[in-house]
Design a protein around this ligand. Structure first.
Ligand SMILES: *[C@@H]1O[C@H](CO)[C@@H](O)[C@H](O)[C@H]1NC(C)=O
Ligand SMILES: *[C@@H]1O[C@H](CO)[C@@H](O)[C@H](O)[C@H]1NC(C)=O
Ligand SMILES: *[C@@H]1O[C@H](CO)[C@@H](O)[C@H](O)[C@H]1NC(C)=O
Ligand SMILES: *[C@@H]1O[C@H](CO)[C@@H](O)[C@H](O)[C@H]1NC(C)=O
Ligand SMILES: *[C@@H]1O[C@H](CO)[C@@H](O)[C@H](O)[C@H]1NC(C)=O
Ligand SMILES: *[C@@H]1O[C@H](CO)[C@@H](O)[C@H](O)[C@H]1NC(C)=O
Ligand SMILES: [Zn+2]
Length: 473
């Protein structure tokens, strides 16, 4: 058991708070995680300083190339329609040709991976469903970059390669889907390309899924199979409609991206939800911790982006492939552009009253997509190089005390010890860090009534995991 003395951290606070406040890049409002003066109560630990990309990650982000992203989207658009109901054997037009091209591209990246990356096309036959009139093969393309240290711990990045027009059952007309969601597929593919030659500690899966418009079919298949196989998916990043930063009204936000993260998990039962509500944990689900982590590691000069964490699973009336992962109990978030233009989504290509409708490539901004890819790349690489998110994290609530005792399961793969993070209950991001070393319990001289605690794992390489919120135990 480690007791945190009060004087020593107080010194650290004044030191680190100064560094932290002045070292924040002024253009990243989301990264201003705290200023000491705003925080009540005061307490132990040093200010939370966002993890900056190391040399290898900086180089990875530099290699992300808007020209490659453009070429990928041009090629995907060239298949005419990628409706899930379209032809699967025609070599030129339809979803089958798109599937085969994505797989062959991914294999060309894998060829440079020294055997670490393998490409599979897992498929199943979907029987008739509300948006699927006849039996239809649903195929995902998945490039798996095997982790060198912990291959069973995995992170998934995904976009959907199927498209639609106004009528979701129309598989004949052109449905270019340049933004929805060739943009997200291009992010998965570009990251697969630049990461293939590298060796992350945990596994990264770069996916392009089908059947999204038909009811999240491909992602549901992928998430279900991963769950069945016992893969420890500790994070899923969905990129869907990340192609443009210009909205209907002309609003332009080329350095902003929205990230949607669910609150209370849909997989928790009534007892778990009752506990979560009773301790004020509704803003501390695993998806929110993943969101906080992404905001922490992806807002810096290497991405030049502000990441806006949205406290909801998705936009009104909309959904996406992250929901399939959330449904299996995996933390997942969705990236989507800051301002949408609904005339360019799910629309027949046409001109009406001088307005061009349709998801055309002319409305897509490749430099913006490259920046979104950097946000994702910073997150994925930081996740895969850090130790896993702590498990079995509890807070002792057996008696009334003015201190707080946390416990967790010690993991042999954690080589840099643990840290307790905390924030005032009305702060959005962790603001304080208390290093506690190689232990499975620690007591903090700070009342749990006034703050939220989390536990994160530290790698000797400097990478930190997302935090886990403790439940009474
Ligand atoms: C799909 O395309 C192939 C090759 O062009 C053609 O032979 C086949 O009839 C098409 N299938 C359907 C269901 O249209
Ligand atoms: C479903 O099958 C019917 C009967 O074979 C056919 O007319 C229809 O075009 C098919 N629909 C799709 C989406 O393939
Ligand atoms: C709720 O889930 C927890 C954790 O999985 C389990 O221990 C408990 O039995 C469940 N309770 C009910 C009522 O299903
Ligand atoms: C970085 O983002 C800012 C807006 O936050 C923008 O003004 C600047 O031009 C960007 N720099 C580069 C190199 O893109
Ligand atoms: C925590 O508080 C309880 C009750 O006030 C006290 O008995 C215990 O010694 C404290 N633990 C530490 C490590 O300060
Ligand atoms: C906690 O309570 C004990 C008495 O139970 C007291 O001695 C101590 O100063 C209190 N600590 C804090 C941080 O308020
Ligand atoms: Zn979409």
């Amino acid at each position: 058991m480690i007791t945190m003395p009060r004087l020593f951290p107080a010194l650290l606070i004044s030191l680190f708070a100064t560094i932290q406040v002045y070292s924040q890049h002024p253009i990243f409002p989301g990264a201003q995680l705290c200023t000491e003066a705003d925080i009540w109560p005061p307490g132990p630990g040093h200010a939370f300083i966002p993890q900056a990309p190391d040399a290898e990650l900086t180089q990875i982000l530099r290699e992300i190339d808007p020209k490659r992203i453009k070429a990928t989207i041009e090629k995907l658009v060239s298949f005419g329609t990628r409706s899930t109901l379209s032809n699967q054997t025609d070599p030129v037009r339809g979803i089958g040709a798109a599937r085969d091209w994505i797989a062959s591209e991914m294999r060309s990246y894998a060829a440079r991976s020294n055997g670490r990356m393998t490409v599979t096309v897992p498929s199943y036959v979907q029987g008739p469903a509300p948006r699927v009139p006849n039996d239809t093969v649903i195929s995902n393309v998945v490039a798996t970059l095997r982790g060198s240290k912990e291959p069973n711990r995995a992170y998934v990045i995904s976009g959907h390669y199927d498209t639609r027009v106004t009528d979701v059952l129309n598989f004949v007309d052109d449905a270019p889907g340049a933004n929805d969601d060739a943009s997200g597929v291009a992010v998965s593919m570009e990251l697969a390309r630049v990461m293939a030659s590298r060796s992350p500690a945990a596994t990264i899966m770069f996916a392009a899924v089908a059947g999204e418009e038909q009811g999240l079919l491909g992602s549901n298949f992928l998430a279900t199979e991963l769950k069945k196989a016992g893969v420890d998916v500790q994070g899923m990043l969905n990129n869907d409609i990340v192609g443009s930063s210009t909205g209907d009204d002309g609003t332009h936000a080329p350095f902003d991206i929205r990230m949607y993260a669910q609150g209370i998990p849909t997989t928790e039962n009534a007892t778990q939800i009752a506990t979560r509500i009773s301790i004020g944990g509704e803003n501390d689900s695993p998806a929110r911790q993943l969101g906080r982590f992404m905001a922490e590691v992806a807002q810096n000069p290497a991405t030049n982006m502000s990441v806006h964490l949205m406290y909801r699973p998705d936009r009104y009336l909309r959904g996406g492939d992250h929901l399939s992962f959330l449904q299996q109990g995996f933390p997942a978030v969705r990236f989507t552009e800051p301002h949408e233009n609904f005339a360019h989504q799910h629309q027949d290509i046409r001109v009406e009253n001088g307005v061009q409708f349709g998801d055309l490539i002319e409305f897509v901004d490749f430099d913006f997509i490259a920046r979104v890819a950097r946000v994702n790349g910073a997150g994925l690489w930081s996740l895969a190089q850090a130790p896993g998110t702590p498990k079995g994290v509890t807070i002792d609530t057996r008696t009334l005390t003015n201190n707080s005792t946390l416990g967790w399961t010690m993991d042999a793969d954690v080589d840099g010890g643990y840290e307790i993070v905390w924030r005032a209950t009305d702060e959005p991001f962790w603001s304080h860090v208390i290093p506690v070393g190689h232990t499975n319990t620690a007591t903090v001289q700070l009342s749990k009534d006034n703050v939220h605690f989390g536990v994160r794992a530290v790698g000797r390489n400097g990478f930190r995991s997302p935090a886990t919120f403790p439940f009474p135990g």
